[in-house]
Design a protein around this ligand. Structure first.
Ligand code: ZN
Length: 422
């Protein structure tokens, strides 16, 4: 028997409506009501003891692009960021659009990942937006959601069929919202900075048009559609209005969309190039309000590793995306709890545990007796400086190198075992 007692910490367990300074016992990898006297003691004085955090938007690049990230290195980055469960996107090579690839990812995760890795399946074959993937078989193979992330189905009728099939097999649909005709070859937010720098603009309306489509289809099909990495003020407004009417729609936020505005692209730093792009101050303010009033209910990274040689090219040639697993929790605590005071730490933990678990119907995200002992210890006052050369991720493409942040995960426990410690 193995046993641990996490002593003197502030246990915040939103699923069980708990927030108290109390000891947490772990026996044989599970949360327990009590532990034997000879249990290992972990002193958590001054720390928050939270259910293991969940990130529902991560790119792990395997199979096919192990030079950017492997399932093993991505999982280590997750652990260092305080995450015990990550959900990986299907735009691998080959795409995760068939049961064999899903099984390969799950096997690889079992043998090499230190955190739980849950795969999503593509909605369409090869993520081409033309023909539906075998949604029923993907469900049987164990995907937790369907998404064409990185791409967006333009044909609304095809999207409607996808949502109807997803409903039959009880899987949520996650959507990267981008209208190809409106966005064209846009690489940065359409506005002052795109005009000044002469870079093709990606208008906010390109996202809002698809969010509006998703509202209509979620209502028509009476099934959940979750809008990924929401970046525009209009998207927040559309999701808010639809949720008020009971439409099964939701949205997530990535830290870069509140930490930076499109002003950051003025030095042509390709680590400020992501999709959707960094937006204007008015968009950032609307997203903050959306988080404060619960319109946007989930926090995630859109962790998108790329090798240095791939990012070190002309701005419009560079791939979209940045790594995020090792900075997201700190950025959100720093910005949402300390700086802007939009939510308290309890709600922040809820947005990383209860909310994603509810969306994807996961058993994770709570500290109930008998549950797997996935636990994150957080020091919300810890001041530190981001150093990309200390990342566990195989990639370094982050615009946050050198940033001073307040708040950090200091220990990550999976199944009762400490897998990372500051
Ligand atoms: Zn995306």
């Amino acid at each position: 028997m193995s046993a641990t007692i996490i002593k003197n910490g502030r246990v915040i367990d939103p699923a069980n409506k708990r927030d108290e300074v109390v000891d947490l016992a772990i026996v044989d990898g599970k949360i327990s009501k009590s532990a034997p006297k000879d249990a290992e003691i972990v002193d958590a004085k001054g720390l928050i003891v939270a259910p293991g955090l969940i990130d529902i938007h991560v790119h792990l690049r395997e199979p096919g692009q192990g030079h950017k990230e492997t399932i093993a290195s991505g999982a280590r980055a997750a652990a260092a960021g305080g995450f015990t469960t990550i959900v990986c996107m299907p735009n691998t090579s080959p795409a995760a659009d068939n049961p064999a690839t899903i099984t390969w990812i799950k096997d690889r995760a079992t043998e090499s990942a230190c955190v739980s890795v849950l795969p999503t399946g593509a909605i369409t074959k090869n993520i081409a937006g033309e023909e539906l993937a075998p949604i029923g078989s993907l469900g049987k193979a164990g995907v937790v959601a369907l998404t064409d992330d990185g791409h967006c189905i333009q044909n609304h009728e095809l999207m409607r069929r996808a949502v109807e099939y997803a409903r039959m097999v009880d899987l949520p649909v996650l959507d990267h919202c981008q209208d190809y005709n409106l966005v064209g070859n846009g690489v940065v937010n359409e506005g002052y900075w795109s005009t000044l720098l002469g870079l093709p603009g990606w208008p906010a309306a390109g996202e809002e048009a698809i969010v509006m489509r998703n509202n209509l289809l979620a209502e028509l099909c009476d099934h959940h559609i979750h809008c990924q990495h929401v970046s525009a003020a209009g998207s927040v407004r559309l999701i808010r209005e639809a949720r008020k009417r009971g439409v099964k729609i939701s949205g997530e936020v990535c830290p870069h969309h509140i930490a930076l505005t499109d002003e950051a692209i003025q030095n042509f730093d390709t680590n400020c190039k992501m999709n959707p792009p960094l937006r204007a101050k008015t968009d950032v303010d609307a997203i903050l309000e959306g988080i404060a009033d619960g319109t946007l209910s989930i926090l995630c990274s859109d962790h998108a590793p790329h090798a240095e040689f791939e990012k070190e090219v002309e701005f419009d040639q560079a791939p979209f995306g940045i790594v995020g697993l090792e900075t997201e929790l700190a950025l959100f605590i720093d910005l949402l709890v300390h700086k802007h005071r939009k939510i308290d730490i309890k709600r922040l933990i809820e947005m990383y545990t209860v909310e994603p678990a509810k969306l994807l119907k996961l058993e994770a995200g709570k500290l109930s007796a008998g549950a797997a002992a996935d636990v994150t210890l957080i020091d919300p006052e810890h001041e530190w400086t981001v150093r990309i050369d200390q990342f566990q991720s195989a990639s370094r493409n982050s615009p946050f190198d050198g940033w001073k942040l307040k708040g950090r995960a200091v220990r990550t426990i999976v199944g009762g075992k400490t897998i990372w410690k500051l």
